[in-house]
Every structure is written in structure tokens, then in C-alpha cells.
Design a protein around this ligand. Structure first.
Ligand code: PLP
Length: 375
């Protein structure tokens, strides 16, 4: 007998993983009485570079802060233009406005959701200062082409890797390719600190500047309190209150312990989907080149009659979501652009199905058989 929806265990779309070590380390921090930025933030940063190969990670309080700090360090300001895709979360565009610069939307490849280098080239002007490629769903952009263009035109590249922790490009971890790379450790990301992020810097001097400007522009390790009690410092560049605190860092450090296994599980589920969801009328898989690895924060597919598909899955206790639609329509960005045909095509049919370590083999089987039975 077929189980009713009520009897079928509902599958979650995202999975917030808190490991036992995260609880233990967070408890240690709470009991220590020191919950502000301290030794745990350093330990988390060291672990990010030692275990995941991240380049000079500077821990901050969100992915948005990491992106904004990067633009501030690049010196993006009024009159400058910054190229980005519309296929992202609003944070990517808002940080450009925070610097009083102009977001310029370039088109994406509808088979990946990522910026198309040819479209970036078309939008470069004498006012362009930077480009922000977003690794949609965790799949790395064409970074060689983007960095070549950027070098030719003197642009800074700030990778928005909010979805891409653990992804690699031509054998290198994302974070070791462009001048800046921003990660997010927000609640539903595959590594969470509650809220948090990291700005990775190729250049040590950028990392030193990021360390100081994440905390008001004060060089924390090299400034000491005077006899009067306050630190002695001279702020010479605008700083922010973007530092990560020890409580968040403890959660991140604990969750990092089994991150490689959890990432591998996501990749294994995704391969299973790719094998069993091939050649289904009305559904297309995105392109996957073998020179890069996907971090699978999302498993995005292209589907016809998207709302019917969502209803069919929902009827079987399976959630599906676009997660983020294009952002250019927001009034703050000036309204919907009409010159992004790849974006338009992607926006019409992109949809993500669950991919996370909380899924059992029965769950993935149910997802596959439900989709294969049509909608
Ligand atoms: C592509 C992208 N960039 C930036 C961010 C901002 O990250 P945070 O929420 O940590 O500020 C997000 C968050 O979901 C995102 O999806």
C-alpha cells in the first residue's frame, strides 16, 4: 500500500550540522568568560588554512562583511563600477552600493549559473574597478578566463564563494586563485558558525590590512593598553566592527572536524543524482567540467513547468527551491535588465533539490523515483 504524505517522513531542504565538538568547544568558551575575539578565532583561522587549504583566512562576522571588506581594501569608491552576476543573493550587490559604487550586471552561462567571461569583457569600461564572480551553488566559475581579463584591464577579482567552501579549480582550493575570496558560515551553509564568514587574501599585506580593518582599523595584536587602560592606536583607514567572536569560532572549529566527510557525502549524493536524473524529459542537469570540483551547497537543475514539479515533489514530502532568483529587479539596483539572455533563461527554470549529509539512502531514492515518475 502506498504511504500517504502524512505518513511519509518530510525531507528537509537544508541541514544545519552542529557536531558534538562544536557543542563542547562552545561550552568551553562560555565557561571561560572570554567570548569576544580571542584565541579561538586564531585557532579557527589556522584550522581553515591547515585543513582546507584556505589562503590567509581572516575570520569575520558574515559573508557580507567579508565581501564589503574586500571592496574597501580594493579602494572601490564613488564613480567606480563593479561587475557582478544577477544570479546571486542581494548581499553581493549591496556591498557595492555600500561603497557608493555602481553595480554592473553581466550575463551568466545558463548551463552553470556562473558569470560568462565574454559578457564581463563586454561590460568593462574605464570606470570598472572590480569583478565579483559568484560560484553559484558551489561550482567554480571560469577563473582563468576571468583573472586573465582582470589582469589585462587592471581589475581586482573578489570571488563570492559563499556557496563554495571545499570546491577546487584546476587542483587548487577556491581561495587560492584570486586576490580576494569571501566565504559565508551563515546558519544554513555547509560549515556554520551561526553567522560568520572569512575573507581569504592571496597577498599577506592584504591579509594584514583585513585583520586591522575588520576591527575598527585598530592593529589588535600590535597595540597594547597604556597605563590608563585603553589601547594605544592611530586609525589611519576606515575600519569596521566585522570581527568574528570566540563563541562563533568555537562552533566553526568544532564543525570543521568532519567537514571533509560531510562534503564528500554531498558529492556522493550529487553523483548519484547525476547518474539517475539523466535523460529525463523536461529536466536538464547543469554542466560539470572535470577541471573543477563542486562543493554542492545546492544541487540545481533546470526544469520545465517548475511549479508543477514543485507541487509534485511537495506531495511526496520533498522540498525544492530556487533559493535565490536574479537580484537586478530590486529597485535599489535600478530594476530588471533586459540584456541578460542567459540569466533570463536560467531564471525561468532553475530549481534546487535537497543535497546534504542529513539525507538517508531512502531519502535520495524517494527523491529520484518521485522525479522519474514525472510531474
Ligand atoms: C552568493 C551569496 N553571497 C553572499 C552571501 C552573504 O553571506 P552572509 O549571509 O554570511 O552575510 C550569501 C548568503 O546566503 C550568498 O548566498
Amino acid at each position: 500500500m502506498k504511504a500517504s504524505v502524512a505518513e511519509t517522513q518530510a525531507i528537509s531542504f537544508f541541514h544545519t550540522h552542529i557536531s558534538p565538538s562544536a557543542v563542547e568547544l562552545a561550552t568551553q568558551v562560555l565557561q571561560s568568560g572570554w567570548i569576544s575575539e580571542g584565541v579561538m578565532v586564531k585557532r579557527f583561522e589556522s584550522a581553515l588554512s591547515e585543513r582546507l587549504g584556505l589562503r590567509n583566512p581572516v575570520a569575520v562576522n558574515s559573508g557580507t562583511s567579508a565581501l564589503h571588506l574586500a571592496l574597501a581594501l580594493v579602494g572601490v569608491g564613488p564613480g567606480d563600477e563593479v561587475i557582478l552576476p544577477a544570479q546571486t543573493f542581494v548581499a553581493t550587490g549591496l556591498v557595492i552600493l555600500m561603497q557608493r559604487a555602481t553595480p554592473v550586471f553581466a550575463d551568466i552561462d545558463p548551463m552553470t549559473g556562473n558569470l560568462a567571461p565574454a559578457s564581463i569583457a563586454e561590460r568593462i569600461s574605464p570606470r570598472t574597478k572590480a569583478v565579483i564572480p559568484v560560484h553559484w551553488a558551489g561550482y567554480p566559475c571560469d577563473m582563468d578566463e576571468i583573472n586573465e581579463l582582470a589582469a589585462r584591464h587592471g581589475l581586482a577579482v573578489v570571488e563570492d564563494a559563499a556557496h563554495a567552501l571545499g570546491a577546487t579549480y584546476k587542483g587548487r582550493p577556491v581561495s587560492s586563485i584570486s586576490r580576494f575570496t569571501a566565504f559565508s558560515f551563515q546558519a544554513i551553509k555547509h560549515l556554520t558558525t551561526g553567522d560568520g564568514g572569512a575573507l581569504c587574501c592571496l597577498d599577506e599585506a592584504d591579509a594584514r590590512a583585513a585583520f586591522s580593518r575588520r576591527w575598527f582599523g585598530i592593529d589588535r595584536p600590535n597595540s597594547r593598553p597604556s597605563i590608563l587602560g585603553e589601547r594605544e592606536y592611530d586609525i589611519d583607514a576606515l575600519g569596521y566592527k566585522y570581527h568574528m567572536n570566540d563563541l562563533a569560532a568555537a562552533v566553526g572549529l568544532g564543525n570543521l572536524e568532519d567537514f571533509p566527510q560531510r562534503l564528500a557525502r554531498r558529492q556522493q549524493i550529487a553523483s548519484h543524482y547525476r547518474k539517475h536524473l539523466e535523460n529525463i524529459p523536461g529536466l536538464q542537469l547543469l554542466r560539470l567540467d572535470d577541471d573543477r570540483t563542486h562543493a554542492y551547497w545546492l544541487f540545481t537543475v533546470l526544469v520545465e513547468r517548475r511549479e508543477d514539479f514543485i507541487r509534485k515533489l511537495a506531495g511526496n514530502g520533498i522540498p525544492a527551491s530556487v533559493v535565490h532568483l536574479r537580484i537586478d529587479h530590486n529597485s535599489v539596483f535600478g530594476g530588471l535588465r533586459g540584456d541578460l539572455s542567459g540569466q533570463e533563461a536560467f531564471n525561468q527554470c532553475q530549481l534546487a533539490i535537497p543535497v546534504h549529509e542529513g539525507l538517508s539512502a531512502e531519502d535520495t531514492h524517494r527523491i529520484i523515483t518521485t522525479i522519474r515518475s514525472g510531474w
